[in-house]
Design a protein around this ligand. Structure first.
Ligand SMILES: Nc1ncnc2c1ncn2[C@@H]1O[C@H](COP(=O)(O)OP(=O)(O)O)[C@@H](O)[C@H]1O
Ligand SMILES: [Mg+2]
Length: 504
């Protein structure tokens, strides 16, 4: 073979094919919009306006901020793919990472990107259009910098700049047109509905991802509007609720940088209303949404994972752990371009594992405490919980008056049969089914109860057995109300007793 040395061939990537492939790196509408907002926050914006319009099937989305904006040189540099290397030092509050976000996020959703920016009162406007790039084969990355006249012809841009940036000295508009991530095979009205619901999902996503900017513990709130409606922070820990348990805060260092860990146990369903309980469950439910919530510079990047350190168990489903990391550890956490994924290095995994084992116990305690409370409220329960060693049994209380009465009044053979029957009920309780129902929707689980007539008949037996009558004392009545099944039907029991003249 005849090798030539010192030969360099220009292999610049073809803009058309590279741009088309970059569209599919896995952004969703939600993560793409969040990436644009990152830039606005890094540019110190205090207000961000998003405008979305279906525009009779030609939808567009504009994101306008009042941040420090870009000069002509800065904007031109920012439009370059890979404008700032991931190896470059970044300011501590920079939410950027690869110098790709604005471009790749935008093109994941649309084919025409316009960025208009004002700095010190001077405006510049640039655009990339995928169709133009694909149609010219000169394989050059030719950015279109618009003249003032060209700019004034762009209807939607003009409307946005007039509304939001006319008076401002600085600010930026990112405008997506030719939004094409829509299923064109369905009817126009379905397309409109599905895009609207995507935008609504995006709103919820932003309310979660940026909740610590929308409602910070200290300092100024960031205001974000979507078509004029202000976004509200969604704190996944419900940390302001009285019955949310804040477990001890932990701190450790990695590479000389501080990592802060704050575990929470969310309120149990009997502590907050049904609606609130479901709200915090989220779309995926409590079991899926338990785990670590990692924030990079207070911006949520990953949620609801234990990084495979433990399983997502029913018993820990109310546990969510806030982890704060700085942007200086990006290389160790392997933050991806979409900032929707990260995985901790081994040294951090070890620390997290240590913290989890402490937390796991607390999550379980919430359920155990409930068990204790239930037990103490009812003096003579029909069911008893018996712990032996590390095992727990649920058994029917043989000392319950109704059980005793029956056993005492039948022959010994029938008593044995009855005892076997009870054992069968105890031994065949469908624990797995019950547990899965209880874990997924505890509020839907109902005990088959007595109706009034049946309760009346059981009560008759009691009245006779205990010799209750008009003369019975308050203590006797309150004793009765702590016996199953009356303890669970106190209202109905009192009503029946008063009909009989036993209570007034
Ligand atoms: N809204 C904005 N305001 C001011 N500067 C911006 C804005 N959006 C983008 N920029 C500039 O463009 C650069 C490139 O943005 P981007 O492609 O998202 O990459 P990254 O955020 O990773 O640096 C940013 O580093 C920033 O300097
Ligand atoms: Mg960015």
């Amino acid at each position: 073979m005849n090798y030539k040395t010192d030969e360099f061939i220009d292999l610049s990537p073809s803009p058309a094919s590279l741009m088309e492939s970059l569209r599919d790196i896995g952004y969703s509408m939600q993560t793409a919009v969040a990436d644009i907002l990152d830039n606005s926050i890094t540019a110190k914006a205090s207000e961000i306006n998003m405008r979305f319009s279906w525009n009779s099937g030609e939808p567009w989305l504009g994101i306008i901020d009042n941040g420090h904006g870009m000069s002509r040189e800065e904007l031109v540099a920012a439009m370059r793919f890979g404008s700032l290397s991931p190896l470059a030092d970044r300011a501590a509050d920079d939410l950027g990472r690869f110098g790709l976000g604005m471009k790749t996020a935008s093109f994941s959703q649309c084919r025409h990107l316009t960025v208009f920016s004002k700095k010190a009162g001077v405006a510049t406007c640039c655009e990339w259009d995928l169709d133009i790039i694909s149609s010219n084969d000169n394989s050059k990355w030719l950015l279109h910098v618009l003249s003032e006249e060209e700019c004034s012809k762009k209807k939607h841009l003009l409307e946005l700049s007039d509304t939001y940036l006319e008076q401002a000295k600085s600010g930026t508009i990112v405008l997506w047109e030719k939004i094409d991530r829509i299923d064109r095979l369905v009817s126009t009205s379905q397309q409109e509905a599905s895009l609207n619901s995507l935008i609504a999902d995006t709103r919820h996503h932003l309310e979660l991802v940026f909740h610590r900017y929308l409602a910070p513990d200290t300092g100024k709130k960031l205001k974000i509007f979507l078509n004029g409606n202000q976004l509200e922070a969604f704190d996944p820990f419900n940390s302001k609720h009285m019955t949310t348990i804040e477990l001890p805060h932990e701190c450790f260092e990695c590479d000389g940088q501080k990592i802060s860990v704050q575990p929470f146990v969310l309120p149990h369903h009997n502590k907050i209303g049904k609606e609130q309980y479901q709200l915090y469950a989220g779309k995926e439910g409590y079991v899926q949404n338990q785990g670590f919530y990692v924030y990079r510079n207070k911006r949520l990047i990953i949620k609801g994972t234990w990084f495979r350190l433990i399983k997502k168990a029913e018993l820990t489903k109310l546990v969510r752990v806030r982890v704060d990391i700085p942007n200086t550890l990006d290389h160790l956490w392997k933050i991806d371009v979409k900032k929707s994924n990260a995985s901790p290095p081994e040294s951090i995994r070890t620390e997290l594992k240590r913290i989890i084992s402490k937390i796991e116990c607390s999550g379980k305690r919430v359920y155990e405490q409930r068990g204790q409370r239930l037990k103490s409220a009812i003096k003579t329960p029909a069911w008893e919980r018996r712990a032996a060693g590390d095992q727990v049994f649920y058994e029917i209380n043989r000392k319950h008056p109704l059980v005793k009465q029956l056993v005492d009044n039948v022959g010994s053979e029938q008593a044995i049969m009855f005892s076997n029957l009870l054992k069968m009920f105890e031994g065949s309780f469908p624990v797995d089914l019950f547990f899965s129902d209880f874990a997924s929707a505890p509020e839907k689980l109902q005990r088959p109860g007595f109706d009034e007539e049946q309760l009346g008949r059981v009560l008759e037996d009691y009245i006779e057995f205990w010799g209750l009558d008009e003369e019975s004392t308050k203590e006797q009545i309150s004793e009765l109300l702590q016996v199953d099944p009356f303890s669970l039907n106190q209202g109905a029991t009192l009503k029946l007793l008063s009909q009989k003249g036993i209570v007034q």
